[in-house]
Design a protein around this ligand. Structure first.
Ligand SMILES: C[S@@+](CC[C@H](N)C(=O)[O-])C[C@H]1O[C@@H](n2cnc3c(N)ncnc32)[C@H](O)[C@@H]1O
Length: 395
């Protein structure tokens, strides 16, 4: 199959038709009776996805892509690189859930010997081909179940797992014990064979619950890209402290926002509350996911609007806040005169946090369309429910 897909005339066809409609391409199948058109169209669809998700792979010739489901499940280049930078260099690494091999390829740059383990043959052969094209070194491929691989005599510096998050009926699952392989069952063996274990999970997983379940957690990394949480990474080792460090990261186009804390800090911290003042702050998605609600306010000397609002305020502008910062213009109502005065174009970016109306309800009641330079927060502060009109501070 790979030898067919890498034929120059097929690679040329894929390049020439990269942005064509898949259904129309399938209609061309009878013009090329000897070609596996369904697989070629699959390559076209997956390669298109790679343009954004894996830009450096996309630029290379002859990378063979997996079906869309595996393209959706694989890590992005950005998050794979982030994980590779979390660990020190070492002798050997095992990726027990190799898949399309994106995480493996980036992690392998830190080790001399790299074991790729995967049970689906179709992924194994594509990964093997691609690793050659990418010039990876020290690669050993194992087409087998991770449980069988772990039965072998092996000691390594890192075991990496990104368990499959699909149930028996292809439904999405989140809990660790529902993913495959079941990392909870494997844990004692993993920790006895490797200095460190790195586990990637669904962004929807309850972090505190997972720390309790996994026990040996050194640190948790909540990784957002452009303010959307993409992955939770748990780093485990046999001698981990019982108080893991929690690192919140938001990778943006130009820079990366980082914030670290511990759950103990969050429990013991107190936070000041205040009505909205001159500046308003919204933490990025990784901090909200981590639940650093008191610590973030405290660390930046900000007051919180209300216990469940997760918005913060100050009289002076505080630089370096990991999230969005706004200058408060006014507290407003949805009265027609007010709307006309403040929104001549009848456009606003609306967010609600701890408010009785949804964004859609506010839009319906006010007639405000999406867009423009004005920001409207529906929330609750110490004086009660508020619609706070703001202007974003670009940094
Ligand atoms: C989410 S994907 C991994 C994606 C990979 N990290 C990447 O960047 O391309 C999970 C993979 O684990 C494999 N898998 C699940 N259970 C396994 C097991 N018990 N043994 C070996 N592989 C397994 C699945 O076939 C799937 O390819």
């Amino acid at each position: 199959m790979i030898s067919t897909l890498t034929k120059p005339e097929i690679q040329e066809f894929i390049k020439d038709h990269l942005y064509d409609d898949p259904a129309s391409l399938m209609l061309k199948a009878n013009q090329y009776p000897d070609w596996p058109m369904r697989l070629i169209v699959e390559q076209i669809q997956s390669r298109r996805k790679a343009k954004i998700k894996l830009p450096s792979w996309f630029k290379r010739e002859e990378i063979i892509y997996p079906p869309m489901l595996s393209m959706e499940q694989c890590s992005s280049e950005l998050t794979a690189l982030f994980k590779a930078n979390l660990i020190p260099d070492g002798e050997s690494m095992v990726d027990l859930t190799g898949g399309f091999g994106v995480d493996f390829a980036f992690l392998s740059s830190r080790f001399l010997t790299n074991h790729y383990v995967e049970r689906q043959e179709v992924l194994v052969s594509k990964a093997q081909h691609n690793f050659g094209r990418l010039g990876l070194s020290g690669v050993q491929i194992h087409h087998m179940d991770s449980e069988h691989f772990l039965a072998e005599e092996i000691r390594c510096d890192l075991i990496y797992l990104d368990p499959a998050r699909r149930g028996d009926h292809n439904e999405k699952v989140v809990r660790l014990e529902d993913c495959e392989p079941n990392v909870i069952d494997l844990l004692p063996k993993l920790l006895s064979k490797s200095k460190r274990v790195m586990l990637k999970t669904s962004p929807l997983l309850d972090i505190k619950g997972a720390v309790r379940q996994l026990q040996s957690v050194e640190s948790v990394h909540i990784v957002a890209v452009s303010n959307e949480v993409k992955e939770l990474i748990f780093l485990l080792s046999e001698n981990a402290d019982i108080r893991p460090k929690i690192y919140c990261v938001n990778i943006k186009d130009k820079d990366t926002e980082s914030f670290e804390f511990t759950f103990e800090q969050e429990e013991t911290n107190t936070v000041n509350f205040s009505q909205v003042q001159d500046f308003l702050y919204e933490p990025n998605a990784s901090i909200l996911k981590a639940g650093a609600f008191k610590t973030i306010g405290n660390s930046f000397g900000l007051s919180k609007l209300e216990v469940n609002s997760h918005l913060y305020t100050s009289l002076e502008l505080i630089e370096g806040f990991p999230g969005r910062a706004f200058r408060v213009i006014d507290k407003i109502s949805l009265n027609k005169k007010v709307l006309k005065r403040y929104f001549p174009e009848m456009k606003a970016n609306i967010t609600t946090r701890n408010f009785q109306m949804t964004v859609a309800q506010i839009r319906q009641k006010s007639g405000l369309k999406e867009g423009g330079n004005q920001y409207l927060f529906g929330t609750t502060d110490q004086a009660g429910r508020q619609l706070i009109l703001c202007e974003k501070i670009d940094r």
